[in-house]
Design a protein around this ligand. Structure first.
Ligand code: EPZ
Length: 422
């Protein structure tokens, strides 16, 4: 398993290109199952999760061709040969469950493993099941697999989600595009990835309105045709790299960054003393002067503060002037980065879903361990601000969601290198 070594850094300077969004691509790829015609995605990120999703789609009979060094994914699901999404793939990547809705809509049956828990929480699928059953699917849990069928096809329905689940909204939205009649999804997730999926589905001929709001209306159609769609910029990668100059000073321009993708996050950066400026090429970020200020954070569904940026913010606030309180409202166990930051000298107290962070003058480098995707990158950022050397192990988590992180940070002056374990 590779490790990444980071040394305490002087000011950063330069530009970081922001890739296509992992969490958009992971729902756009299963959309190919909805049509017999080819779907091509451009601006795709080069990540291990994308390779995992490609392998899953191929196991169902789809063809996925990666072009232009992985930035273009040419997919075709003309001849599907299976509707079985195996536990071995789903347990490694929960987003595999996003083949459930499309398979049901296209073939009338699906056998998808429940993902099982992951580091950050139980990750149940009750809302996915609720919505798809409303559309007429019959779903039964047997030996860890969801056995779903819709022998008479799917029928539009009114669906009120108890929680604005991103994945449930995506599964239901994709299924509804081929259901007979109209579907209304209330308390739908409003994330930019939902808007990107709806935009792609419309390009394929779907009739969808209201994406980006909490009420989405879909008029079912008989079939969808092929399309070519550019994956939206990754707002979580964007937010992560916007924080980098806040850790060790300097100024970084995130190419392709858009303010509308990171609204609530930018408000918190301003409160912490970090300037964000829109440029023609993206978003330029600089730390106003000296230490950042303590701020309180509560994670919420979009447009609130994203849970996927909570770990990175905690790392920054570990060196802030003052005490910050972070409330994690989306996942039940998403503070595993706290004990690792404490090994670097951070002063953090965790009680249930609340973490209190007392800022210290300086963190000290240490060997630390990544536990999930976003926790791992928060440790790398902390290493930029720490005195001495930080060695982050188990970086396979990192490679799931961050394209060539040592290259992108190294290009703006970070002392960072990857040590390949033989
Ligand atoms: C998506 O996960 C993202 N993953 C996550 O990003 C992100 O953290 C999350 O949305 C919230 O924004 C992808 O898009 C591939 P949810 P998802 O359904 O769809 C509970 C990353 O780091 N819930 O909105 O699984 C669930 O347990 C990953 O890139 C139910 O109770 O998120 C969680 O507590 C991590 N029942 C909360 O809702 C359900 O049926 C949010 O889940 C579904 C979810």
């Amino acid at each position: 398993m590779d490790s990444i070594i980071v040394r305490g850094n002087g000011p950063l300077k330069g530009q970081i290109p922001i890739a296509g969004a992992k969490n958009a691509c992971l729902t756009l790829m299963p959309a190919t199952l909805l049509s017999e015609e080819p779907l091509t995605l451009t601006n795709a990120p080069r990540l291990s999760d994308i390779k995992t999703m490609a392998a899953l789609l191929e196991s169902l009979g789809a063809e996925v061709t990666s072009l232009q060094d992985g930035k273009v994914l040419a997919m075709s699901s003309h001849d599907l040969t299976s509707s079985h999404a195996d536990y071995d793939i789903v347990r490694k990547m929960r987003a595999s469950n996003l083949v459930l809705g499309p398979l049901l809509a296209r073939t009338g049956h699906a056998e998808v493993s429940l993902p099982g828990g992951c580091a950050i929480g139980a990750r149940p699928m009750d809302l996915h099941i609720f919505g798809l059953e409303k559309l007429g699917a019959e779903i039964e849990l047997r030996e860890g697999y969801l056995h779903a069928k819709a022998p008479r096809g799917l029928k539009g329905a009114e669906i009120d989600l108890a929680f604005a689940s991103v994945g449930a909204t995506e599964n239901i939205l994709m299924a509804a595009t081929l259901a007979r009649g109209s579907t209304v999804i209330r308390n739908a997730a409003r994330e930019p990835e939902i808007v990107d999926l709806a935009t792609c589905l419309r390009a394929m001929g779907a009739q969808i309105e209201g994406d980006g709001t909490s009420e989405i209306v879909v008029q079912g159609v008989d079939r969808l045709h092929g399309a070519t769609h550019p994956v939206v910029a990754d707002r979580i990668e964007l937010g992560t790299y916007m924080l980098a100059p806040a850790f060790c000073g300097g100024e970084v321009e995130c190419l392709g960054g858009r303010l509308d993708l990171v609204g609530a996050f930018v408000e918190k950066l301003h409160d912490a003393g970090i300037d964000v400026e829109e440029t023609k090429a993206g978003l330029k970020v600089a730390r106003r002067n000296g230490r950042v200020k303590a701020v309180d954070i509560t994670t919420q569904p979009f447009p609130g503060f994203p849970t996927d940026l909570q770990a990175q913010m905690m790392a920054l606030l570990s060196t802030a002037e003052g005490t910050s309180v972070l409330e994690e409202k989306i996942f039940e166990n998403r503070f595993m980065h706290a004990p690792e930051l404490m090994r670097m000298g951070a002063e953090i107290e965790v009680h249930g879903g609340t973490a209190t962070v007392r800022g210290v003058d300086r963190l000290r480098g240490a060997p630390v361990m990544a536990t999930d995707l976003r926790a791992s990158v928060s440790l790398i950022l902390a290493g930029l601000a720490a005195e001495g050397e930080t060695v982050v192990s188990r970086v396979y988590h990192l490679d799931r969601g961050y394209e060539r992180v040592e290259e992108k940070l190294g290009n703006v002056g970070a002392h960072i290198e990857r040590v390949r374990e033989t």
